[in-house]
Design a protein around this ligand. Structure first.
Ligand code: ZN
Length: 547
């Protein structure tokens, strides 16, 4: 075979243009998938082109090897960013957001594998192959081609700068100072970067999101690790006068469960038969939403104090309760991950690393059998993707043909399995004849073809449909608890239609425990007569939620 001649400078320039254009692909996916208006698309492409030009311009300036190294590195960076943000666009129709970023960086191998399996489809596999191949070909062709003369390279650079100048001018003029201060409860501030026009190019979108993630993540880690310096603020809990303190408080945090898929809330399939059969025993709240669609953000908001963002568990310890965190989810390490750091002050922590939720029951039983008072947090794996991995084969009751019906059937099976686990927990509490109570709330919901019949929206702060936030919320009291706290229980039943968002949930748990404390604010407890309804905001744009 004769050695082929290296491609001409025209091919060199064309390959750079191709590499510059490829990062537009995620935005094109969003345009097509979400039927967005084309007229908004020209500026998107324009700003994307500017960032690509700035990233690739050095290839025109450097010598032969310098240019090769640069185009290879830029290709890897741009390709990876396009692959990641595009995966989100193809699988969920959403632009990359802080929740997705935190989930990517704070996941565990098991969880990540489950996620990839759930979103493995011809579209996402095709996407990954196309992007990797596109960038690889672009870089390889560019490396092989003859570089243009200095005059042509200079003309290209000048053209690119002229092309970019209007946009760069606008970016400076209208975006102003990119940094933006977020005030914290202790009076200090976090400096984050406005995503603004950066959001259209995968590289700037990922870089800015990562910077903001790092700043906030560092802050919360510092707060959570500072708990020992603040133990004193948790002293001072005492029983509410005249109340009966429960011996056992079980707080079940569900995972990705949607109210819209609970038959107790009116869903057509019988997904909650066991709780239904237990009769009018519990109180079902009709209008509760989560504050975020990210597990980590929700757990932080539920269980860290409004002031100083301290984990709230020592408050219960100081009141004489042993605290347990029993989780079917993955253990995410000791100190470097936010959820792990948040939970360090729990007296007992158990992670079953992806086991079925039913495997938690023996651990709950053992905690209940210990003498003394206990607050037992049960963190279900619930309906986390991939849904079919969340319940044993014998618990599969519903089935469906095709991608959509199959996915809905597995989701509904996971909800039905949660119903079984909750009913078991209630049976265990009932059998003990103690004053006890159980609260179940899902961390967030999921949009499983609820808002759009043809599209699986999953969850995203960027899209933020109501269905992603509407969670089931259920409370159960033992007869002994009811007897000792009759007026309170009547108040809870009367509160069932309150508009509540689960952030700062700990105030409600303090109430259920029939305790009071200097940190307790009755206006924030959904169970308190003093509760104040406030506007509930959801999503990246902080829109006010209306049912
Ligand atoms: Zn979650």
């Amino acid at each position: 075979m004769l050695p082929s001649r290296p491609p001409s400078p025209v091919v060199f320039i064309a390959s750079l243009l191709g590499l510059a254009a490829l990062p537009c692909a995620p935005e094109i996916c969003l345009l097509v998938r979400n039927h967005e208006d084309l007229k908004y698309f020209a500026p998107v492409l324009y700003y994307e082109g500017i960032v690509s030009f700035l990233l690739l311009a050095p290839v025109l300036l450097l010598g032969r090897w310098g240019a090769r190294i640069w185009v290879g590195s830029a290709g890897i960076v741009m390709g990876t960013a396009t692959l990641v943000t595009g995966f989100q666009a193809v699988s969920g129709g959403a632009r990359w957001d802080p929740t997705a970023h935190a989930a990517l960086l704070q996941t565990s191998p098991g969880e990540a594998a489950g996620f990839l399996r759930a979103f493995m489809s011809p579209a996402t596999v095709g996407w990954s192959i196309l992007i990797v191949a596109g960038f690889a070909v672009g870089v390889a062709v560019n490396c092989r081609a003859v570089a243009p003369s200095r005059r042509v390279a200079g003309a290209c650079l000048l053209g690119g700068l002229l092309f970019s100048s209007y946009g760069v001018h606008n970016a400076i003029k209208y975006t102003g100072d990119l940094r933006h201060a977020v005030s914290l409860s202790d009076g200090s501030q976090l400096q984050i970067i406005d995503v603004g026009i950066n959001k259209f190019h995968p590289v700037t979108l990922l870089a800015v999101t990562h910077y903001n993630y790092q700043v906030t993540h560092d802050y919360y880690l510092r707060s959570f690790h500072a708990i020992d310096a603040h133990r004193a603020v948790f002293q001072g809990a005492h029983p509410v006068a005249g109340a009966t303190n429960p011996r056992l408080v079980v707080v079940v945090i569900g995972e990705s469960a949607s109210r819209r898929h609970w038959s107790l809330y009116g869903y057509a399939r019988d997904t909650t038969p066991e709780l239904r059969r237990s009769g009018g025993d519990g109180v079902l709240f009709s209008d509760v939403i989560s504050s975020s669609v990210g597990t980590q953000a929700v757990l932080r908001s539920m269980f860290s104090t409004n002031f100083l963002a301290l984990p709230v568990f020592p408050l219960f310890s100081a009141a004489g309760y042993k605290t347990h965190w029993l989780s079917a989810q993955y253990n995410q390490g000791v100190n470097d991950v936010e959820i792990a750091a948040l939970l360090q002050s729990c007296d007992q922590r158990v992670f079953l690393n992806g086991a079925y939720d039913g495997s938690l029951l023996p651990f709950v039983r053992a905690a209940m059998d210990e003498p003394g008072r206990h607050v037992i947090f049960v963190n279900l794996f619930g309906s986390h993707v991939r849904y079919a991995d969340r319940y044993p084969a014998e618990a599969a009751v519903f089935s469906g043909e095709g991608e959509k019906d199959g996915r809905i059937a597995t989701y509904d099976n996971s909800i039905r399995y949660t119903d079984h686990v909750l009913a078991e927990l209630v049976r265990m509490l009932r059998a003990r004849h103690d004053a006890s109570c159980l609260l179940y709330a899902s961390d967030h919901a999921e949009d499983v073809y609820d808002s759009t019949p043809d599209t699986y929206l999953f969850r995203s702060e960027a899209i933020a449909t109501n269905a992603m936030y509407e969670v089931p919320f259920y409370v159960w009291f033992s007869p002994e608890y009811r007897e000792g706290n009759a007026a309170f229980v009547a108040g809870v039943a009367a509160a069932r239609d309150r508009k509540f968002q689960t952030e700062a949930l700990y105030h409600s748990i303090i109430d259920l425990s029939r305790l009071t404390h200097p940190l307790y604010d009755s206006r924030l407890s959904v169970f308190s007569p003093d509760f104040v309804e406030r506007p509930r905001r959801v999503g990246a744009m902080a829109r006010v939620y209306t049912k």
